[in-house]
Design a protein around this ligand. Structure first.
Ligand code: FE2
Length: 427
């Protein structure tokens, strides 16, 4: 067999060691020990971890890399971020958004991300962000799966033209229906917006991904409505709730009922740990609530959970490096998921769980899957999270698309015997 690329001696996230992966015609042709074949490219994994690509199920690509434009978020709150975004929106052009988004996509690919679900604000009558990101989606398709969510940032009912803009965006080809019920004027309007948006998705055969109850309000009830409408409209497994931070503050008895409803309707859950540990609890003195949704309990209830990065250098968050291992690490810490099994699961939350949310076809390390993978400078998923491991090689459709040198330090320490210097430390 002549193959395009042969990856030798890989460790896999499921614990298998010493595996070879043969890639041909963009797919995994074989994954087994000691493959003997002619190959266009041979890459030695040297026993290090090979994973399917990272998947970011929640991002805002129309705002990314805009930090400081037109000014910084002084309070650091969600609401000032939304106000600041309102100032930036009318100023930015299609070309500016495309330039920033493409820069971000390059960064994301170099960090081993193979797919991103990005919300795109449709509360702009010119649909500047939609026009830009549809173009970006086309341009990056050979190396990055970009799924777009029509997101009425200012409220589908609260903003006077959001409904018609949303329909226009979907007609233009945006993939998923979004929403923000907790930002509508009243709880009743929020609930009505969930019904309206789920009905729209059902009519068009689309998925739903709603920013839902992203607040510290223990009485917010939009997750309940989202679960109810998902069941009523037969959308099971096709609906995601993003953030769900109010669940952190809800009454425990109520949450025990709510989680059963969510599990019954196979709601997908997308916490965004970096952003919500930064934004939640801002009205608290001390103790300050963490605000992350109840990840271990939702996991135990059988829900599929994928961690998202949400923002990188934009009005809401001034840091970020497209590092899904950083996202997994923060999710792990905030949820206090420190057991070996839980830490390994946090790696799944930025890979296969998020791929399932996006409905990615051919994702995974199995024969016949797309030959998309990342070689990490780590022995296993937990070490990858601990080290925010270097992405030594990123492979897309059997081709090497990005490489980063390994992280190595040379020490030449005073007082240490000469024969021990210089000492090489790898991480
Ligand atoms: Fe978001």
């Amino acid at each position: 067999m002549t193959i395009d690329l042969l990856l030798k001696n890989a460790s896999l996230p499921d614990g298998r060691k010493g595996m070879d992966i043969a890639c041909k015609d963009g797919k995994i042709a074989a994954i087994e020990p000691a493959i003997d074949a002619e190959a266009g490219t041979i890459l030695d994994a040297a026993g290090q971890l090979v994973s399917p690509p990272f998947v970011d199920p929640h991002f805002h690509m129309d705002a990314t890399l805009s930090l400081g434009n037109p000014r910084l978020n002084v309070s650091g709150t969600l609401l000032e971020g939304i106000a600041l975004w309102g100032e930036l929106k009318p100023r930015q052009t299609v070309d500016e958004i495309i330039t920033r988004a493409l820069r971000y996509c390059d960064l994301a690919v170099s960090m081993g991300i193979g797919a991103i679900r990005s919300h795109v604000d449709i509360c702009d009558d010119a649909l500047t962000g939609v026009t830009a990101l549809l173009e970006v989606q086309k341009q990056v398709a050979p190396y990055l799966d970009l799924q777009l969510v029509a997101f009425p940032q200012d409220g589908v009912f609260r903003d006077p033209t959001a409904q018609s803009n949303l329909i226009r965006a979907l007609d233009m080809g945006v993939d998923v229906v979004g929403g923000i019920p907790h930002f509508e004027r009243t709880m009743a309007e929020g609930a009505a917006s969930v019904t309206y948006l789920c009905e729209l998705a059902a009519e068009r055969g689309l998925q739903v991904d709603m920013h839902c109850d992203e607040s510290d309000d223990p009485l917010s009830r939009h997750v309940e409505t989202l679960a109810f409408e998902t069941t009523r409209l037969g959308l099971q497994g096709r609906v995601a709730g993003s953030h769900l931070t109010s669940m952190h503050s809800m009454d425990n008895y109520y949450v025990s009922k709510l989680m059963a409803l969510m599990a019954e309707t196979e709601l997908q859950v997308i916490p965004n740990p970096l952003i919500n540990i930064m934004l939640q609890g801002r009205h608290d003195s001390y103790p300050k609530r963490r605000g992350q949704t109840r990840v271990p309990e939702l996991k135990a209830a059988g829900l599929n959970i994928g961690f998202g990065s949400d923002c990188v250098m934009d009005p809401w968050y001034s840091l970020g490096t497209a590092d899904m291992l950083d996202v997994a690490s923060m999710g792990l810490h905030v949820a206090q998921m420190g057991s070996r099994a839980d830490m390994a699961w946090c790696f799944d939350a930025v890979t296969e769980n998020s791929a399932a949310i996006m409905g990615l076809e051919g994702y995974g390390l199995h024969k016949g899957c797309r030959a998309d993978m990342v070689l990490l400078q780590a022995d296993d998923p937990i070490e990858a999270i601990r080290l925010r491991a270097t992405r030594l090689a990123v492979i897309r459709a059997g081709h090497l698309v990005a490489q980063t040198p390994p992280r190595v330090a040379w020490l030449d320490l005073p007082g240490r015997p000469r024969e021990m210097n210089p000492a090489k430390i790898t991480f």
